[in-house]
Design a protein around this ligand. Structure first.
Ligand SMILES: Nc1ncnc2c1ncn2[C@@H]1O[C@H](COP(=O)(O)OP(=O)(O)O)[C@@H](O)[C@H]1O
Ligand SMILES: O=P(O)(O)OC[C@H](O)CO
Length: 499
């Protein structure tokens, strides 16, 4: 193998776009391509994607990222796959066609069905899967397809249907229908997988009435699973890493030791803490999930998601129209030294972890005649940090750990003031990584490890680099004051939309 001309190709299939990124040995991006695809909203609260478009955009960016540097398949040492999680695709192996659109993780059509399971099954499902019963996860979406797509149930009983999260679907296509596999991280988001035994769970399959023949075989996150067919690239390339996008980001941030935390500030904020080889059951409504399995060792994580993170800044821009660009929020918020008593709870779509109140609504409170635009913008940055703090505090309470640092990435992590506020409020050092594409980087690391592109995790750890760090710089009284006001405001946002 000529190492100088060998790269790792990461396929990052996200909720709004498909990306392909080529990394070199130093973990640097040498090429990338991205294509957005259609969001389909057939009814309020329903969200779908066209699985064929997921595949065609992903294949197109993969080819483009390689071709634009004049490279070809021979220059790719391995492919790593990372993906939007929970999104559910069911296809028919006799036609090789999906029988319905992909039902996206955000889709709420199965909320009532999930509610009907709660009384009887909450504990057993939580004990086995680490998850809280919700329409978010794949199981109820598969159930819906089997119940609502004509002929689906009969086909499933005959063994003709396959289910996959997006990683499985991409691998099915990359191998021309030869491999039906997934990895433990994606399996752990289906609500059908026992995260302790690492097996599909018979009882859960019965509860959701799903035949086992539909499910992929479950692999570790870093291993040579198969090679690509020669349709996309003329050469057969090993596929050797798979992880759901938040888990891949945790790995890309090299949060490999127990207690390490990452926060991705995108539309929402996705927080994860590595809990080592122990699956910690949360007392604060966080999810327990598999971080990765490498060799025989499984690492677990606690996860908490904040629904509205950077999206609060989008709302200032597009809804209130008090800023022109997201990045202006930093300069404007810096015009004032604090929010002047204004607190904003951006519960625009309810509140996620650790509150889980779907009826909470946005609450802007503490306004006086002296309130200016800058106070509201600053309160919005504070809100992103305070929501993240709530999740981190829950993680620390669940584990008894002390946080040494928080590693951050995502679009809004570019905002230095937000990062400073995060450190001030949490009283923990915040470290922004140099390669902000940590999700793709994580998938590349997992793929590169199993083909020997990188020798071991120690070698990868030396690649990970910090861009900037932020240390807490406020007095305890001010921190306590901010938290106290925040709690008061959050309470006022609860249940607002309930009759
Ligand atoms: N400088 C900034 N300050 C604050 N928020 C920002 C900044 N730049 C981008 N954002 C916010 O970050 C989000 C985009 O981040 P990104 O990681 O691309 O999100 P996603 O992957 O969820 O689409 C948007 O919600 C945007 O409002
Ligand atoms: O595609 P993203 O980055 O919005 O991530 C989606 C998550 O995996 C959903 O759980």
């Amino acid at each position: 193998m000529n190492n100088e001309k060998q790269y790792i190709l990461a396929l990052d299939q996200g909720t709004t776009s498909s990306r392909a990124i080529l990394f070199n040995k130093k973990g640097e991006i040498i090429s990338s391509s991205q294509k957005e695809f259609k969001q389909i909203y057939p009814k309020p609260s329903w969200v779908e994607h066209d699985p064929q478009e997921i595949w065609s955009t992903q294949a197109a960016v993969a080819a483009e990222s390689v071709a634009k540097l004049g490279l070809n398949g021979k220059n790719i040492a391995a492919i790593g796959i990372t993906n939007q999680r929970e999104t559910t695709i069911v296809w028919d192996i006799s036609t090789n066609q999906p029988i319905y659109n992909a039902i996206v993780w955000q889709d709420r059509r199965t909320a009532k069905y999930c509610d009907s399971l709660k009384g009887k099954y909450s504990k057993i499902i939580h004990d086995k899967t680490g998850l809280i019963i919700d329409a978010y996860f794949s199981a109820s979406k598969i159930h819906w397809i089997l119940e609502n797509v004509e002929g689906a149930r009969e086909k499933a009983e005959k063994g003709l249907l396959r289910f996959g999260t997006v990683d499985s679907w991409l691998i099915w296509r990359l191998t021309n229908g030869k491999k039906h596999i997934t990895d433990v991280t994606n399996a752990s988001r289906t609500m059908l997988f026992n995260i302790h035994t690492l097996k599909w769970d018979k009882r859960l399959l019965k509860i959701f009435d799903i035949p086992k023949s539909m499910l992929p075989s479950v692999k570790e996150s870093s291993a040579v699973y198969t090679k690509t067919a020669t349709t996309l690239f003329a050469t057969k390339i090993p596929i050797s890493g798979i992880a759901g996008d938040q888990q891949a980001a945790l790995f890309g941030q090299m949060c490999i030791k127990k207690g390490m935390i990452k926060n991705t500030y995108g539309t929402g904020c996705f927080l994860m803490m590595n809990t080592g080889t122990e699956a910690v059951s949360s007392k604060h409504k966080l999810l327990t999930t598999i971080a990765w399995k490498i060799g025989d060792e499984v690492n677990y994580a606690l996860e908490g998601s904040v629904f509205v993170g950077g999206a609060a800044i989008q709302w200032l821009r597009d809804g209130l129209q008090i800023i022109k660009k997201a990045k202006h929020s930093e300069k404007i918020a810096n015009e004032v030294k604090d929010s002047g008593g204004v607190v904003f709870v951006p519960a625009l779509t309810g509140l996620g972890a650790p509150y889980w109140d779907q009826y909470a609504r946005g609450t802007l409170i503490g306004i006086t005649r002296g309130t200016k635009r800058a106070h509201i913008v600053r309160a919005t940055l504070e809100a992103i940090a305070l929501q993240s703090y709530d999740v981190i505090e829950s993680m620390l309470a669940d584990t008894g750990n002390k946080a040494k640092e928080i590693r951050v990435d995502g679009g809004a992590a570019a905002n230095n003031l937000l990062m400073q506020i995060q450190s001030d409020i949490t009283n923990v050092k915040v470290i922004r990584t140099k390669v902000m594409e940590t999700t793709a980087l994580g998938a590349a690391f997992l793929a590169g490890l199993s083909v020997g592109y990188w020798k071991n995790i120690d070698e990868i750890q030396n690649i990970w680099q910090e861009d900037a760090s932020f240390e807490a710089n406020i007095k305890n009284e001010k921190r306590d004051f901010l938290k106290k006001k925040w709690r008061k405001a959050v309470e006022r946002s609860f249940n607002w939309d309930k009759n």
